[in-house]
Design a protein around this ligand. Structure first.
Ligand code: SF4
Length: 260
């Protein structure tokens, strides 16, 4: 039987070696667990120091699982200023469906202003998405995660075999830090699921979903950088299609790109 690990009042969260050992224990405990059980375990362990990262797409199932767990839970999203109107309305629909308030992070106005003044509104088509994503997504995420000890993402291995094929359901975040610069635990409850699994759950649970999915959009991000894909095309072909496949991470999980 696994020991009960609860980091909410545990000073060992500051110690990387202790946290790494807890992560290893969770990986063993959850080796055969379903996504719903993994979400519940994450919330149980971290209480109000963990939050679900919600992109406004199919990762809504994470909110459904958190809701079912009976634990209080936090949800945050990043408003880059370039999202589809449908995504903003979907976030509102999710708030109303679950009776929650989604915490919304925004980019720093000065950084966006400077970039747009110097390079225009669509510089990412000319020199790649790294700078724009850095300002509009990565920096706001970094600020948000600095207030947490752990986060829950909707990453799945099948989203990009090149960059996400080896993610685990729980791991130490290799890129971002948490409260007071301490290591951050990253939970990926959907890692082992396929897109079909997730959509089966969305339909079975009557969960609200982004209407863009019904128009051929699979992976949904910012409006200029997202396009619908044809049946049989991989979902990542709808994101940053003008760039090489191994560059197709927005920086939120950039550690994955560095994998050999
Ligand atoms: Fe900018 Fe496109 Fe990245 Fe959105 S996805 S932050 S518009 S480069």
């Amino acid at each position: 039987m696994s020991r009960a690990i609860d980091l909410r009042d545990d000073a060992s969260v500051q110690a990387p070696h202790a946290l790494a050992s807890d992560v290893a224990a969770w990986q063993t405990e959850l080796a055969r667990a379903g996504a719903e059980a993994i979400v519940a375990r994450a919330l149980e362990a971290f209480g109000d120091t963990i939050a679900i990262s919600f992109s406004g797409a199919e990762d809504v199932v994470l909110i459904e699982y958190a809701h079912r767990s009976g634990h209080p839970f936090r949800v945050f999203t990043l408003d880059t200023g370039r999202l589809h109107g449908e995504t903003y309305r979907f976030i509102e629909a999710v708030e109303q469906h679950y009776g929650i308030r989604v915490e919304v992070g925004f980019p720093e106005a000065a950084a966006v202003t400077g970039m747009v003044r110097d390079k225009g509104l669509f510089s990412f088509f000319r020199d790649g998405h790294t700078e724009c994503c850095g300002i509009r997504k990565v920096a706001p995420l970094q600020r948000h995660l600095a207030g947490l000890r752990a986060w829950i993402t909707g990453q799945r291995r099948d989203q990009s075999p090149q960059t996400r094929g080896r993610i685990d359901v729980v791991e130490l975040d290799a890129r971002f830090s948490g409260q007071a610069g301490a290591p951050l635990v990253k939970w990926n409850p959907l890692a082992r699921l396929s897109s079909t699994d997730v959509w089966d759950e969305i339909h079975a649970s009557a969960v609200p979903f982004n209407p863009l999915h019904a128009r051929g959009f699979v992976s949904i991000g910012c409006e200029p950088c997202t396009r619908a894909v044809l049946p049989g095309q991989h979902e990542r072909e709808g994101r940053w299609w003008w760039e090489h496949e191994t560059s197709k991470e927005c920086g939120l999980h950039l550690d994955l790109v560095a994998e050999p």
